[in-house]
Write a protein that binds this ligand. Structure first.
Ligand code: GAP
Length: 506
């Protein structure tokens, strides 16, 4: 069954996963707040990534664990760093403005319907055929889409612009020529708002890693090849933030820069590609909704020009289906960043092999994932409609990702049930995020836990008082079994295991 994003967004708000930022003021486009359950889900994904990368990094091709260290660099850096990285000059999208409506569009996202006539309607590349036909009808143009040639605006000579009808007008010739629009947010450090004090909010966490390459080498025992990992906020003044938290203006990334000898990049690119795919499968994206895609030659980033290019791990989000959207990019950044920072800073950043005395500029393989986008993929994957149960829907999170691992439910509000339930809750909460829920009838409490994706409910009833057992209800199957109260912690520990071992859950 196709998932409607409206239902996902509504559940996220209703149950406290994700709220529009500044909600009481009507929100602010491209910014989101993570509620009590959303922050738990996001932190769980963040912690599993950190564990997989920094705490217990994978075993490398030679059979020994690879070396990765962590970092938490500043969001604001010396602006010269962004000149060197190419972001001041090159981190931009081509934009066109409509003189009539004052709306702004990404030129590379606008499609034009070319015909023999002198009116060529334009539309956003994601528009459905039905929408386009409706618009053609409104404009009194031929509604048969197959009678037109589709071209991208950026492939069109500017002399044709007077024929184009902008997506939100009825008359032709209102679009300007494309202009580059830089995506970095600017601010000023200190009290004076001058160009000398201009600073940028980082558009990627990666650069903080390159800036600290020498500090890490000089202060720790890592030797080539090795990685530096970082999780944190990034900011992009996206022209069209859209699709819930998929493309936002403030988001979180999980990036690792893997430094290696230039002769070894292919080996490491393949290694990281496999490891990263394993990760996403292990945290719950095990279905056909995950796919791997190699970038085309026309998609190379400014740093990947001469490299092995980028491959993406993609997820089929409800709003991209039947197509896929990027979840993580694995790029060969060559020696672009270190060389640029060496030139601009005047500091030597080459690596000297302590054994061979060989001096070289390391090459970089970069697995760069979206943390907030990853959380969205987990929510979409988990959202399961089941009309047979009172909630009508449940979130099928892997237990290790679920915001709450279990709920402890005394059958009644009587002390004989609440007492042992509280005791179990106090013991479990030392190790697991668990809820003690006493209010309402048991059916309503199950329904609430289903909707927030709690994998197990432990119910304390009269039998508990007799034989020390509790009922475990499984969220997905709704099957119930009885286990001894003192085995509950072991039971939960066992269920978390597949993810901690980076194995796909059964
Ligand atoms: N350091 C390389 C880099 O930043 P990227 O492909 O631009 O590469 C990496 O970003 C990941 O960050 C993407 O795969 C995506 O998951 C996430 N991401 C990028 N822009 C985003 C946005 N506007 N909103 C949410 N997530 C975003």
């Amino acid at each position: 069954m196709d998932l409607d994003m409206k239902d996902v967004v509504a559940l996220c708000k209703r149950r406290g996963f994700i709220f529009p930022a500044s909600d009481i003021y009507g929100g602010i486009n491209g910014f989101w707040d993570y509620g009590p359950l959303g922050v738990e889900l996001k932190n769980n994904l963040r912690d599993l990534w950190w564990k997989a990368m920094v705490v217990t990094p994978p075993i490398g091709p030679d059979g020994t664990p690879v070396q990765i260290v962590g970092l938490d660099s500043s969001i604001i850096q010396n602006p010269k760093a962004w000149v060197a990285s190419g972001h001041v000059g090159g981190f931009s999208d081509p934009m066109v403005d409509c003189r009539e409506t004052k709306k702004r569009y990404r030129a590379d996202h606008l499609m034009i319907l070319k015909s023999e006539g002198d009116k060529w309607p334009s539309f956003h590349e994601e528009s459905e055929d039905e929408e386009i036909e409706k618009r053609l009808k409104k404009l009194n143009l031929d509604t048969n889409v197959s009678n037109y040639e589709r071209v991208n605006l950026t492939d069109l000579d500017a002399s044709f612009y007077e024929k184009i009808i902008a997506p939100d007008t009825k008359v032709a010739g209102t679009l300007t020529e494309p202009k580059e629009f830089n995506l970095m947010f600017e601010s000023h450090a200190g009290p004076i708002q001058s160009d000398e004090n201009k600073v940028y909010l980082r558009p990627e966490t990666a650069q903080g890693i390159f800036l600290n390459f020498k500090n890490v080498l000089d202060s720790s025992r890592v030797r080539m090849p090795f990685g530096i990992a970082q999780i944190g906020k990034a900011f992009r003044n996206e022209v069209n933030p859209r699709n819930f938290i998929f493309r936002s203006r403030e988001f979180e990334q999980m990036e690792m820069e893997w430094f290696c000898h230039p002769d070894e990049v292919e080996k490491w690119r393949d290694f990281w590609f496999e490891e990263r795919t394993k990760f996403w499968r292990a945290v719950g994206l095990a279905s056909d909704n995950l796919q791997i895609r190699k970038h085309g030659d026309d998609e190379l980033s400014h740093y990947a020009k001469e490299g092995l290019g980028t491959s993406d791990i993609e997820y089929k989000f409800p709003f991209t289906a039947p197509d896929f959207g990027e979840l993580e990019g694995i790029a060969h950044r060559c020696d672009f960043d270190l060389t640029a920072h060496q030139e601009h800073s005047g500091q030597k950043l080459e690596y000297m092999d302590p054994v061979t005395q060989d001096k070289y500029m390391p090459h970089v393989i970069e697995p760069a994932a979206g943390l907030t986008r990853g959380a969205l993929a987990l929510i979409c994957e988990a959202y399961t409609v089941d009309e047979s149960r009172p909630s009508g829907v449940y979130l099928n999170f892997h237990p290790a990702l679920a915001p709450k691992k279990a709920a402890i439910l005394p059958l009644s509000a009587k002390e004989e049930h609440v007492g042992p339930a509280t005791k179990l809750y106090l013991a479990l909460r030392e190790e697991f995020a668990v809820d003690l829920d006493i209010k309402q009838n048991i059916g309503k409490r199950y329904a609430r836990q289903d909707e927030i994706g709690t994998p197990y409910c432990f119910t304390i009833d009269n039998d508990t008082l007799e034989d020390g057992t509790v009922t475990v209800r499984d969220r997905n199957t709704m099957a119930q079994e009885r286990i001894s109260m003192d085995k509950v912690a072991d039971y939960l520990r066992e269920k978390m295991k597949p993810v901690s071992a980076m194995k796909v859950a059964a």
